[in-house]
Write a protein that binds this ligand. Structure first.
Ligand code: TYD
Ligand code: MG
Length: 462
C-alpha cells in the first residue's frame, strides 16, 4: 500500500519541514524551500526476524574478507583512490560542469574493461543520462575508448536502471549524472534533494548487494557544494573532487573522503584535444613564465606527497572610494585580509586608501597556509615597485604577531626548487636537525623569523 505525503525540503542542505519556511534553520539560506511529494510505502507487517538477525560479535572474531581492488591504467586516479577501485564501493565524482568528469570516467572504462575477474572481462554499464549514447560514442571514438564490454544506456528512471542491471549484470556502473536520474516514487523533479537522496540510496543498496563498483557523477553548485545535498557525501564510500579552471588546461583530482585509503594524495591532469593526460611530475606545471616584475612572488605548496610551485601576483593601487577593494583569486579571502592586517600593524603600512588584488597564476586554488609569506612579499613588492627575483622561492606561514611560522616538508620543497633552477630560498627558522638536512641543497637559504626580515631578504637586489 502506498500513500502520498508532501513536505518542504531545503534545496541547499536537505533540511525537511512540514510547512514552508522563508529561511532554513539548518544552513541559514533564504528562499530555498521547495514542496516535494513522496509516496510512502506502508509495510503490512514488520518482519519479525529483524531483531534475531542482528548478532553481536567480538572484533577479533570478525573475519576479514579481503576486498578486490581494480587498478586502472591511469596512475593518477589509482593514487587518489589509494590503489584503485575497491570492488562494490560507491564513489562520488564531483566537479563543475564542463571540467572533464565524463571524459575521465570514459577514459577509465578502457582499462577497467581490459581487466578480468573469474576469467571474464569486467563489464561496465554506463548510464548516460545527460547525453545520448551517440554523443558518448563520438567522444569515445575521439578518445580511442571502445572496449567490447562497455554498455551504454540513456535510461533515466532508476527503477528501469535496476532492471537493466539485472539483465546485463555489470561489474561496474557509471551514473552520469545523479542530477539527471529520477525515482518514479517521488513526485519532485530530477535533481531535487529528495530525488538525489533516494536515487543514491537505491544505487547504494544495489552496489552493496550485487558487489557492483559504482561511480556517481555529481555537479557542483555555484557555492561549491555538491549540487543539492551534503547528505550525498555521507552515503558514499569515497568522494573525489575534480577541480581546476575549465578555461585552462590543468585539472586536479582531490579525494575528500575515502573509506578505503588516505585522502592526502591528489592526481594531476592536463586536458588536451585527445582527452586527459596524466602529469607525473607536476612541480613546474603552473609556472610557465614567472614574471620578474614588481608584484610577483613564487611559493611551493604540498599537494599530497608532491610539491607544486605557484606564482602569486599582487597589484596594489590607490583608490578614491571610502571602502577599498580586496580581491583574492585562487586563495582564501580571509587569509588575504589577515596578511594585510599584519602588514599594517607590524610593518607599518597604511592600506586604508589602497585597493589590493591578488591572483594565483594557473587556475588551481592553493589550500595550505604556507603561501602567506609569498603573498605578503608580493604585496610589498607591488607597493614599493621593487621586483623579487623569479629565482627566489618563498615559503612560510605568517602569524598574527608578524612572526614567520614553520611549515612541514621544507626539505622536499627546497629540493624541488633546486631541481627547477632556483637560486635563493626564504624560509622560516628551522631546527638544527632540519638545518643539517638542508645544508647540502644548492640554494642560498635565508632563514627568517620575522616578517620584516623576510621583506629585507625578498627585496634585496643582488
Ligand atoms: P566533459 O567530460 O564533458 O565535462 P563534464 O562531464 O565534467 O561536464 O568535458 C568537457 C570539456 O572538455 C569540453 O568543454 C571539451 C573538453 N574536452 C577536451 O578539451 N578534449 C577532449 O578530448 C574532450 C573529450 C573534452
Ligand atoms: Mg558530463
Amino acid at each position: 500500500m502506498a500513500k502520498t505525503k508532501s513536505k518542504w525540503v531545503c534545496q541547499s542542505c536537505g533540511y525537511q519541514n512540514a510547512s514552508y519556511l522563508g529561511r532554513c534553520p539548518e544552513c541559514g539560506q533564504f528562499g530555498t524551500f521547495v514542496e516535494e511529494t513522496v509516496s510512502v510505502k506502508i509495510e503490512s507487517s514488520k518482519p519479525s526476524n529483524i531483531i534475531s538477525q542482528c548478532k553481536i560479535s567480538k572484533i577479533k572474531e570478525i573475519e576479514l574478507d579481503e576486498k578486490i581492488r581494480f587498478k586502472t591504467s591511469i596512475n593518477e586516479l589509482n593514487r587518489v583512490l589509494g590503489g584503485g577501485f575497491v570492488q562494490g564501493s560507491l564513489i562520488l565524482l564531483a566537479g563543475d560542469p564542463g571540467i572533464g568528469k565524463s571524459t575521465l570516467v570514459l577514459q577509465t572504462t578502457k582499462s577497467v574493461c581490459e581487466q578480468k575477474l573469474d576469467d571474464k572481462n569486467l563489464k561496465v554499464l554506463y548510464i548516460c543520462a545527460e547525453e545520448s549514447p551517440l554523443q558518448v560514442k563520438l567522444r569515445a571514438k575521439r578518445l580511442d575508448v571502445e572496449p567490447d564490454s562497455l554498455y551504454l544506456t540513456n535510461q533515466t528512471c532508476i527503477d528501469e536502471v535496476i532492471t537493466q542491471i539485472e539483465s546485463i549484470k555489470p561489474d561496474f556502473l557509471i551514473v552520469d549524472s545523479i542530477q539527471s536520474v529520477f525515482c518514479a516514487n517521488i513526485a519532485s523533479s530530477a535533481g531535487s534533494v529528495s530525488q538525489i537522496r533516494e536515487c543514491t540510496n537505491v544505487l547504494m543498496r544495489i552496489a552493496k548487494q550485487k558487489n557492483i563498483t559504482t561511480i556517481i557523477i555529481g555537479h557542483v553548485t555555484k557555492e561549491g557544494n555538491i549540487a543539492g545535498p551534503k547528505v550525498l557525501e555521507h552515503m558514499v564510500d569515497c568522494v573525489i573532487n575534480f577541480e581546476g579552471d575549465k578555461y585552462k588546461h590543468y585539472r586536479i583530482l582531490r579525494c575528500i573522503k575515502n573509506r578505503f585509503g588516505t585522502i592526502s594524495e591528489v592526481g594531476v591532469f592536463k586536458m588536451e584535444d585527445d582527452g586527459l593526460i596524466e602529469i607525473a611530475s607536476p612541480a613546474q606545471m603552473l609556472l610557465d613564465e614567472p614574471q620578474n616584475a614588481p608584484g610577483s612572488a613564487i611559493t611551493a605548496t604540498m599537494e599530497g606527497s608532491r610539491v607544486l610551485l605557484h606564482e602569486i601576483q599582487a597589484l596594489v593601487g590607490s583608490t578614491n572610494y571610502t571602502n577599498p577593494r580586496r580581491v583574492a583569486v585562487g586563495l582564501e579571502y580571509n587569509r588575504l585580509l589577515q596578511v594585510l592586517a599584519v602588514l599594517e600593524k607590524k610593518v607599518g603600512l597604511n592600506l586604508s586608501k589602497q585597493d589590493v588584488y591578488v591572483n594565483v597564476v594557473g587556475g588551481i586554488d592553493i589550500i595550505e597556509p604556507s603561501y602567506d609569506l609569498a603573498l605578503a612579499l608580493a604585496i610589498i613588492s607591488s607597493i614599493r615597485d621593487i621586483p623579487i627575483s623569479n629565482k627566489t622561492i618563498i615559503i612560510g606561514e605568517v602569524g598574527l604577531l608578524g612572526e614567520i611560522r614553520y611549515v612541514d616538508n621544507i626539505e622536499r620543497r627546497l629540493k624541488e626548487a633546486q631541481k627547477l633552477g632556483f637560486k635563493k630560498a626564504i624560509i622560516p627558522k628551522v631546527s638544527d636537525k632540519i638545518s643539517k638536512k638542508i645544508s647540502d641543497i644548492n640554494l642560498e637559504i635565508k632563514q627568517v623569523s620575522k616578517l620584516t626580515d623576510a621583506i629585507i631578504q625578498g627585496l634585496k637586489q643582488d
